[in-house]
Structure formats: C-alpha cells, structure tokens
Design a protein around this ligand. Structure first.
Ligand SMILES: Cc1cc2nc3c(=O)[nH]c(=O)nc-3n(C[C@H](O)[C@H](O)[C@H](O)COP(=O)(O)O)c2cc1C
Length: 152
C-alpha cells in the first residue's frame, strides 16, 4: 500500500508528529510550503486573519501527486478554530485526488473539531481516523497510545 503524509507546520509542532507518522508507516512525506510568509510576528497576525476564512493561497511546487497514493495522512495546526490555510489550499489544489484519508491536528488547546470539519468538507469524504494533540502533548512526547490507535 502506498502511503503519503502531507502536512503544513508553521513552528514545527505538526512537523514533529508528521515525521513520526511517516517513519512508522513507511510513507513519503510532503511538507506543504506556503508562498505567503506566515513567519514571525507579522506572519502570526496574517495567519490569524487568513485562518478566520477559508482563503486559498499559493503554495510552492509539490513533490508528490496524491492521486498515486492509497492512503494519505493530512496534518495541520489549528488556526482560529479552523485548519491552517496552506493545508486547505493543498486539498483544494488537489481536488478529487484523495482516496482514503486520515487527519491529524495540533493546537494550543482547542478548535480540532472545526479544523477536521473543514478538512472533511474540502476533501469531500470522511476520514478513516483523526488524531488531535495539544502542542504540550507533542512537545512532551505523551501521545504514544493515541498515536498507536491512530496508526492501526
Ligand atoms: C494564527 C494562529 C491561530 C491559532 N489559533 C488557535 C486556536 O484557535 N486554538 C488553539 O488551541 N491553538 C491555536 N493556535 C496554536 C497552534 O494551533 C499550535 O501552536 C500548533 O501546535 C502549532 O503547530 P505548528 O508548529 O505545526 O505550526 C494558533 C496559532 C496560530 C499561529
């Protein structure tokens, strides 16, 4: 089975999880890079503004075609109670190319439901599983049980 982990991460929290998932399931990894600069303080403000809408933004060239994969893990940080715009833009850019999907998200504390709902709407199908972890959980590494059942 061909598996892809596609993720966006602004401050490497979601990235940590994405790389661990990819290693565990022997997947290719696609780091989604935004052409909009969300770095630093100004970027944070911009991200907060864009996060409130489902604004589609431009992305750097992708390495892989999601149509080639049987299962795709989609990972994202929560922005303003929704999925960060680069990930939504990735799904939109690849509309109709997703077969089975699993969603994972990180957030300071809340907004997972809103992010997963939005991802489901854009993908056009329900995820097989979802994994929601707080930034603190990811940093501390206290998520092995949750991760194992997500990967099953
Ligand atoms: C613009 C912006 C909006 C955010 N909104 C939320 C939010 O609504 N709820 C929440 O719990 N965390 C929120 N966060 C915190 C991030 O979801 C959290 O720090 C996440 O783990 C960052 O992942 P990353 O390092 O992969 O970018 C927000 C962060 C940013 C930059």
């Amino acid at each position: 089975m061909k598996t892809l982990v596609a993720y966006y991460s602004r401050t490497n929290i979601t990235k940590k999880l994405a790389l661990e998932i990819a290693e565990a399931v022997n997947a290719d990894t696609e780091e989604i890079i935004s052409k909009v600069n969300y770095d630093g303080k100004l970027g944070y403000v911009r991200a907060g503004k864009d996060g409130m809408s489902a604004k589609i933004i431009d992305l750097e060239t992708l390495k892989y075609d999601p149509a080639d994969y049987d299962l795709i893990y989609l990972g994202v940080p929560v922005w303003a109670g929704k999925a960060a715009n680069p990930l939504i833009s990735y799904i939109k850019q690849n509309e109709g190319k997703f077969s089975n999907v699993k969603f994972f998200a990180t957030a300071g504390k809340s907004g997972f439901e809103g992010a997963f709902k939005q991802m489901e709407e854009f993908v056009g199908r329900s995820p097989l599983k979802t994994l929601a972890l707080t930034t603190k959980e990811v940093k501390s590494g206290e998520y092995k049980n949750k991760l194992n059942s997500f990967l099953e």
